[in-house]
Design a protein. Structure first.
Lengths: 120, 120
DNA sequence: GATATGCGCAACCAGGGGTTGCGCATCTGA
DNA sequence: TCAGATGCGCAACCCCTGGTTGCGCATATC
């Protein structure tokens, strides 16, 4: 019942800084390491490394424009990442519900047993 | 529109080994560092460290039983973690849909412009 | 009581996120 | 046109984390 997860994709969106970067890129359409770093508590170099990770994971594409490197989100791959989040979430949610159901069932049988005992 | 995420909780479930550990604990109800390590590609000590992280995040509880330390998942906290996954997922999904809508709108206005031009 | 089993602690290593420092390329304006 | 500003990449370094091995201690078990 374990959900198969693309570890590269998951670890890419697992980092909080990278999640904020994706947020920023989605909000503004595109951005550079420098522009992103202005809205983040880390340096341009750190952002550049993260952009490298996101690029290798296929979550962003880069377009050279003069001396700038403009990044934008790859919608399709991003959608895949969101789907993975959802998959793990729903799988765990389902498991939680099943456990709760079983627990309630056990509770009921115990109540029944206790009731039987009081009858004796 | 950024979703507020409990970073400790997220980073706890962000690690693939910890996710598999949670899976195992949920499947078996409870487990020890030794028993879990038998189903994982890492040593008991590594598992023990992860259990420490999960414990500090409130995702598991430990019960000493003789020389064993039995861990089980905290349903409530685990549900919170799942909820966070779902929250980020749905937020991003919504943003994707909005972008797609805007893109389509732009497409339509461009089509309209082109049509106008052909009319001239 | 001797042996096996489960655990914790400590030291160590590799990789990743972060920083600073530097040099190179591209823009821009006087 | 050329000098300064701007954007970027590369390299070295630090610290934390995930992982390992090695050890000793406590609890079961025969």
């Amino acid at each position: 019942m374990t959900v198969a997860v693309d570890d590269d994709l998951w670890s890419a969106i697992g980092d909080p800084t990278r999640r904020r970067m994706l947020d920023l890129l989605l909000a503004d359409g595109e951005g550079t390491a420098t522009s992103l770093s202005e809205h983040l508590p880390v340096t341009r170099q750190a952002v550049a490394k993260h952009l490298g990770v996101l690029d290798r994971a296929g979550l962003v594409h880069v377009t050279p424009a003069g001396r700038e490197m403009r990044y934008r989100v790859d919608d399709a791959q991003f959608a895949r990442a969101v789907a993975q989040l959802a998959a793990v979430g729903t799988a765990w949610d389902a498991r939680l519900r099943r456990i709760k159901r079983i627990a309630e069932a056990i509770q009921r049988t115990q109540d029944q047993t206790n009731q039987d005992k009081t009858k004796e």
